[in-house]
Design a protein around this ligand. Sequence first.
Ligand code: KG4
Ligand code: ZN
Length: 395
Amino acid sequence: MELHADYSSDARAATAQTVRPLTVLGLETSCDETAASVVRLTRSDKGGRAEVLSSVVHSQIDDHAAYGGVVPEIAARSHVEMIAGVTRRAMDQAGLGYEGLDGVAATAGPGLVGGVMVGLGFGKAVSLARGLPLIAVNHLEGHAVSARLGAEIAYPFLLLLVSGGHCQLLEVRGIGEVSRLGATIDDAAGEAFDKIAKALGLGYPGGPALERLAASGDPARYELPRALLGRKDCDFSFSGLKTAAFRIAQTCETDRDKADLAAAVQAAIARQLAERSERAMQAYAERFEVLKQPSAAREALGSGKLFVVAGGVAANRTIRATLEGVAARLGFDFLAPPMAYCTDNAAMIALAGAERLALGLTSDIDAPARPRWPLDEARALSDPSHRPGRKGAKA
Ligand code: KG4
Ligand code: ZN
């Protein structure tokens, strides 16, 4: 197995146009879902059409509910128990034997390392036993390509990746070609949803529960602080909002109080995501003609500017609608993955793996599990507003 990291964009485009479909098994175990999926990528000058042959997701929600959040040790053990059966179901549903695969892709980070090791180790075993190329996939790259599971879209695009662990704006020029325009300096948006939901006595995970409660609330009743008001960049901060919401939650007595607070929180998060996305769209639009240049295939497409939102929080309808409105106002097409591929799943890992395989970007069998693995490593290290911390940059 070899690593070709220096493919030029034109070489990538040429490769993508000439080769047969690729069928890849994907494995995802970085948090509290054990997932396996088989995806077939038929390449085209638009970047490729993805067909999901199967997608099995075993959620561990019941294992963690009593603790109000994911317990890493319980998660890792559950992945060990589930991974073989979940993979078998994914292969059965796809109607394939291992000889029908071209490669096996597994999340190699970032995430809870005990879980990552289970899926990556299982993927390595399949790779060795069946003589299949291994593709170690960055979980964030999986989210980045997830919108391609529902529609054929070409690179480049602007991405808001907003989940339980991450909140970033990224310029995605292709697989492995990502620049970060902004990121949270404290909590991720999904984390804020989860923690505030917990303070309101809602179950885990809190995002969907808070969205349901917010539907009957008045978002204007409680005033919540706006973050980083003096700054003009694309960074996010949710800790002030979280603290203020905690304080108000302690005063909530009736269901109406709680619904009003939930609605105010959801509106405040949506507003911040919209404001930063608008700034990023403005910056991206200025660079767009330049971004289209590197490949003749991209130019031939004449594609419009595209804004994609992905990750678990993209399942929130208010947030989707708010972002869609901003995109329309700034002349961007808008796309979110199908709901099933917003939260963690293995189809997005299989697709990222297939796209990597198409470019010859396979991994060595000793590929490490990485608890921290930024997509834009250079920016994560250089930007002082995102201190890497004791163990290095997280994402
Ligand atoms: O992408 P994901 O499954 O896992 C990570 O990679 O983090 O995202 C999970 C996050 C959780 O914080 C969950 O509360 C949030 O996405 N989430 C939502 C909704 N559905 C999931 N947040 C707000 N509204 C929702 N409908
Ligand atoms: Zn995720």
